[in-house]
Design a protein around this ligand. Sequence first.
Ligand code: PMP
Length: 359
Amino acid sequence: MGRVYNFSAGPAVLPLEVLETAAMQMADYKNTGMSVMEMSHRGKVYMEIIEEAEALLRELMDIPANYRILFLQGGASSQFAMIPLNLLTSSRRADYVNTGLWSKRAIAECKKYGEVNVVASSADKFDYIPELDASKFDKDADYFHITTNNTIYGTKISYLPDTGAVPIVTDMSSSILSEIVDVNRYGVIYAGAQKNIGPSGLTIVIIRDDMIKEPAQSTPTMLSYKVHAENGSMYNTPATYSVYIAMLVFRWLKSLGGVSQIEKINKEKASMLYDFLDDSTLFAPNIKAPHRSIMNVTFVLPSEELNVKFIKEAEKSGLVSLKGHRTAGGMRASIYNAMPVEGVSTLIEFMKKFETENK
Ligand code: PMP
C-alpha cells in the first residue's frame, strides 16, 4: 500500500521529503554511526540540530531578538498550567476567550491558580468567533488568552483586539506557520508540534523576554519558563528526535518559500474546499465566513447514515481520517501545511462523485 491522503487533525501528515530524509539518516546520522535518537543532547552534533531548528523557526516567523524560543514537552495541555503559574504575577487575574474545548481546558486550569474572566464566548455552539469587545476587558489583567485556531470546530480568530498594555497569549497549536503573524503582537505563542511542525512530544513556546518571570513559589521546576529559558531548553533532556524532525520540516518550509508562500497555498486549498461545500446540494459546511479556519474544514451530510457511509468509502479510496472530533461529529478535513493541493482536489473529486451517487 502506498501513501494515503491523511486528513488527520493531529498527529498529522508530514512532508514526504522530510520522512525520506529521516529514513535515510535513521541508523547513521552524518557518519556518527548512530541515530539522532541515540545521541547525547549535549553533544556537538545534536547542538547543531537544535540550534538550526531555532534559527530556522526564528527566520520563518520573523521572531524578534527579544523573544525566546523554548523546546518543551507536555503538549499544549501543559501550557494551560504553565501560563497561569508563570504569568499570574501581579493582579492574579486573566482574561480568556472561550472558543472551544481547548479554551475551556485552558480556562479550567487557570482557575486553579487565579481569577479568570471569560470576556467573550461562543459556548452555545462553538461554530463562530464571538465579538471581542475591548470595553469588556480587564485593564489590569496579567494577560489575555485566546485560542487562535479551533481545531475541533474549524473556526479561527482572524483579528486581534486592542488589549492595551495587557499581553496577548495564544494557543496556536493548529495554525502556527500556516500564515504570516506579527509576533510582536503577542506576549506568548505556544503550540504542540503535531500539526504543522513535527511529531508529538515537542511543544514550542515563543515568549517575550519580559514575560519570563519568577513563577509562583510552589511551581514545579519543570513548569518554570525561567528555568527552561536560562538553560536553553536543556534543563532536562528535550524531545531530541521530535526537534530533529521539526528542523527538517522548517528546512522544507523554507525551501518552499517560507510562510508567505505556504499561506498562499493554504488559502487556495481552503477556498477550493469551501467553494465546493458552499455550492454543494448535499454537503454543508459547519462554519460560515468570516469565522472559517483554513486548517480544519468541518462539514456534514444530511444524515448520520450518510456521514458514516462517506467516511467509510473515502477511506477505501485512500482519503483517511476524515471523521470529525468525537465531541463534534460529522466530518473534518485537516489540511495542514504538508497536505498537498492534489490531496484537496482528490478529496473534492471524491465528494462530487459521492454527491452524484447519493442524491
Ligand atoms: N490546543 C489546540 C488548539 C489543540 O488542537 C490541541 C490538540 N489537538 C491541544 C490544545 C491539546 O494539545 P496536546 O495534545 O499537545 O496537549
